[in-house]
Design a protein around this ligand. Structure first.
Ligand SMILES: Cc1ncc(COP(=O)(O)O)c(C=O)c1O
Length: 559
């Protein structure tokens, strides 16, 4: 953080001390329209013209008569001071800025929840790569270097939910390693963009692939490792440096920042490194501290295992939970597990931004909503610490977007413009039939069929007839040109499994219009009883919606 010197503050000030002294004697509104008045203490108070009745183009000539070492004594002094603190002097490179993250008190959210204890948030997004995973990425790279496993010119391959990928890519950029990150396609494109900007190569795996299958993150990482000479998988999921990074640093920082008084600690688990490392250190430092693990519904980490029973297989929160228990997770590190769901997590993440000004990600919402459930049982004066692992940057097109939240049913679409058609059922629009193709069709055949039919999108079906996803012409051609897929490969390798859709029975036109503000089409689906599957019924684009509205309005005007 840069420090403001008095000189800087003075030079930004539009008024000199002398001018202000004179103005004390003049009228309330000066010639250039700036409003001023005196408060009860006789101090001059400015009213910004932009908030007042008059507006002044802000190009008035500077009237500041600043001089170096201007004396404050005896003159009315208009400046407000902010104390500044020097945290560190100059570092050799950005990796040295990892750790020592700030902690801040939550105010509005605990108050509204009736919480009496102090709730402190450890802001891990202050790390240079934007997340808690910078700590472990740097540590496991340093360990591998010390052990002689990683040498100049080598390629690091890492399966990741994205944040470790960013940390590894960041360290690789500085240290000169080649870097390949293998990540499930569920994770945000924002993470992809950051890693690519850092020079990493990104390989996405299908959302439907189990982690350990040949197409999953570990299967693909292992295949690449065999194919690429001089490559190394650091493997955050089993690397002891992962929990050790938190044992050695994060836990110590929390202990110090809370002046050795931590009654409860609430944190989510992905690889489990944070939970394992912090809990082990706290068992030594403060065995009475209650450690609470947070695990999304659909993941299998919580203990007892009965907590994990669900038919949910997908959750939106990124970075938490898996379909297996990683080596780096010691589940007994938590005294208590709380299951989190997407609705609570995403809503809380939005509240953390809106009410506390914490520009955080979705796993922070999961942790804080769980923390509130624990905090209501703590007394005044007790301290609860919750970890905020990453930042809003990763999710600008996801939960931060109202359209995205509405399309997934996490938020209601408000009829701001009072459209008559807003609550009308989807079935009112004459939707076009969507062409369907089996998932084992080859990419070149699919492209030929799409061209022949002159359609921009088709639905890809699983063998049971349910929809696997969609293919758009541009997505398919781009992926063939980028050599991400061969024309002879099956179309399931190039299917968009996350696609815009709406249910024919429950969907409303208002929601369709909100989805079409961001996407070029919406697939109309029908749920298939208890099977959890969905059948594609048709497709709607903005022309279809507009035609329906215009036709109906024309018809109304004839009445
Ligand atoms: C956003 C986010 N939150 C939480 C976590 C969990 O951290 P850990 O892997 O240490 O369990 C991760 C891990 O990738 C993450 O990316």
């Amino acid at each position: 953080m840069s420090a403001l010197s008095d000189d800087t503050i003075l030079s930004e000030c539009p008024y000199s001390h002398e001018v202000i002294e004179k103005e004390k004697k003049i009228a309330d509104i000066s010639d250039d329209g700036v409003h001023t008045h005196y408060n009860a203490k006789g101090q001059l108070v400015y009213v910004a013209p932009i908030n007042g009745e008059t507006f002044v183009i802000p190009d008035a000539p500077r009237r500041c008569t600043w001089t170096k070492n201007a004396k404050q004594d005896g003159v009315f002094f208009p400046h407000t001071y902010q104390n500044w603190k020097r945290s560190e002097k100059i570092q050799d490179n950005v990796l040295q800025l990892i750790g020592n993250t700030p902690m801040v008190k939550l105010n509005s959210i605990p108050k509204k929840a009736g919480v009496k204890c102090n709730v402190y948030a450890k802001l891990e997004y202050f790390n240079p790569g934007g997340s808690i995973k910078d700590r472990i990425a740097n540590r496991i790279i340093q360990d591998a270097e010390k052990q002689g496993l990683l040498k100049p010119g080598m390629t690091i391959i890492e399966p990741s939910s994205g944040n470790t990928g960013v940390g590894v890519a960041l360290a690789s950029a500085i240290k000169g390693y080649k870097c390949i990150i293998v990540m499930c396609e569920k994770m945000s494109n924002e993470k992809v963009a950051v890693m690519q900007a850092l020079g990493a190569r990104l390989i996405k795996t299908p959302i439907t692939a189990d982690s350990y299958s040949a197409e999953g993150i570990f299967g693909v990482a292992n295949r690449l490792h065999k194919e690429i000479p001089d490559s190394l998988i650091l493997d955050q999921f089993s690397n002891p440096g992962n929990p050790l990074a938190h044992y050695d640093t994060t836990a110590e920082e929390i202990w110090d920042q809370c002046d050795h008084k931590v009654d409860a600690l609430v944190l989510g688990a992905g690889t489990g490194g944070t939970l394992t490392g912090i809990s082990r250190k706290f068992r030594e430092l403060s065995p009475q501290t209650k450690i609470v693990g947070v695990d999304p519904v659909g993941s299998v980490f919580a203990v007892p295992d009965s907590l994990n029973k669900t038919d949910v297989t997908f959750f939106e929160v990124e970075g938490l939970g898996y379909d297996f228990v990683p080596t780096s997770l010691d589940q007994t590190g938590a005294d208590h597990w709380v299951k989190s769901n997407d609705q609570e997590s995403l809503t809380m993440a939005r509240r953390l931004i809106r009410e506390e000004g914490l520009l955080c990600g979705t796993s922070s919402g999961a942790a804080v909503s769980a923390a509130m459930k624990i905090a209501v049982h703590l007394k005044e004066g007790q301290n609860l610490v919750v970890i905020i692992p990453d930042s809003i940057r990763n999710y600008l097109t996801k939960f931060v977007s109202d359209n995205w939240m509405e399309a997934r049913g996490f938020q209601i679409s408000k009829n701001v413009n009072k459209h008559w058609w807003w609550e009308n059922a989807v079935s009112k629009v004459k939707f076009r039939k969507i062409d369907t193709l089996p998932s084992n069709e080859t990419c070149d055949n699919v492209l030929a069929i799409m061209r022949k039919l002159n359609v921009d999108q088709v639905a890809v079906l699983k063998p049971d007839g349910n929809i696997l996803g969609t293919v758009t012409k541009s997505h398919l051609i781009n992926n063939i040109l980028a050599k991400n897929v061969l024309p002879t490969q099956k179309i399931e390798n190039c299917t968009l499994r996350i696609f815009p859709k709406i249910n024919c029975n429950t969907g409303r036109l208002g929601l369709i219009s909100r989805i079409l503000e961001k996407d070029s089409y919406v697939i109309i689906t029908e749920s298939c009883g208890h099977s959890k599957g969905e059948k594609p019924l048709g497709v709607v684009d903005i022309n279809d919606l507009y035609d329906y509205i215009c036709k109906a309005e024309n018809a109304m005007s004839w009445k």
